[in-house]
Design a protein around this ligand. Structure first.
Ligand SMILES: [Fe+2]
Ligand SMILES: [Fe+2]
Length: 279
């Protein structure tokens, strides 16, 4: 039996064993989804500015945790991008990222106000926990599905970071001097954030990462089509256990029992939805 390595916080690009890269073990569906994920991760500095506005006047520790979080997310983008460039020499992280940035900016990043779009800091942290639950399970799925050793390692390192991010935002949520939100309110925020996964971010990042500038004229962007292709590529990695884990983390973030009825029903529904969407 092989024991999974423990990846600690604070790793750098130099810690990755790049020389073990084996091009014969690259899976095309995983490559397509990893390229798209690299662009989303690399976009982290925008989230940092937004979160710092939401947490204006927060403790220096919270601000420095948010900054450290942003650095780790951007490094995820660099590591995934570098791996994708090795696996597909025609892929250029910076070039694909520039196209993604040009065409995608969520409205709330442009707001000059300092209020969270989720209504409160606690609400903001629930939404962040949803995202970190998603990324933590996504990279665990990639790690488990990849036979290519460097991708296995990077995904393992990132999955461990994402789980720590979830814990960080979970703790910040509970440390806020704001009244505790009611269960249904929390659930509503979490569902709202899950539904936003249908927005342009995933579909457009998949498009910019997998359709070259030369192909743009003949293959124009179509949100529905590329959302479906993005789901299909990521579903190549997922197993039911990854979805159950994701749901348990989200359910815990809204204050319910991660092993109770809500988690069971939500897990079954989400799995069915993803299967249909990627079929
Ligand atoms: Fe990340
Ligand atoms: Fe994260």
């Amino acid at each position: 039996m092989t024991v999974a390595p423990v990846y600690k916080q604070g790793w750098t690009m130099d810690d990755v064993h790049w020389s073990l890269f084996d091009p014969s073990k690259v899976d095309p569906a995983l490559l397509a989804t990893v390229k798209a994920a690299a662009l989303v991760e690399y976009n982290a500095p925008d989230y940092v500015s937004y979160l710092k506005r939401v947490f204006v006047n927060a403790s220096p520790q919270t601000i420095s945790d948010i900054e450290q979080w942003g650095r780790e997310e951007a490094q995820h983008g660099r590591a995934l991008g570098r791996w994708a460039e090795m696996a597909d020499p025609s892929f250029r992280l910076e070039e694909a990222f520039a196209r993604f940035r040009k065409g995608y900016t969520p409205d709330h990043f442009n707001d000059v106000g300092d209020a969270s779009v989720r209504g409160s800091r606690r609400g903001e942290m629930i939404a962040r926990c949803v995202v970190e639950s998603g990324t933590s399970s996504y990279y665990s799925a990639i790690r488990d599905a990849s036979e290519e050793p460097v991708l296995q390692e990077i995904a393992g390192r990132i999955a461990a970071d994402e789980y720590r991010h979830y814990k960080l935002f979970y703790d910040i949520q509970h440390a806020q001097p704001e009244p505790e939100l009611g269960f249904w309110r929390k659930l509503w925020i979490a569902i709202g954030r899950v539904r936003e996964s249908d927005d342009d971010e995933l579909a457009f990042s998949y498009y910019c990462a997998n359709v070259s500038p030369e192909q743009e004229a003949t293959t124009p962007y179509d949100r529905k089509k590329f959302s479906q292709l993005a789901s299909k590529a990521s579903m190549a990695a997922y197993h039911r256990k990854h979805i159950d884990r994701l749901v348990q983390m989200v359910v815990k973030a809204v204050g319910a029992n991660p092993h109770g009825w809500l988690a069971q029903i939500a897990g079954a529904l989400l799995w069915r939805r993803l299967e249909t969407k990627s079929a």
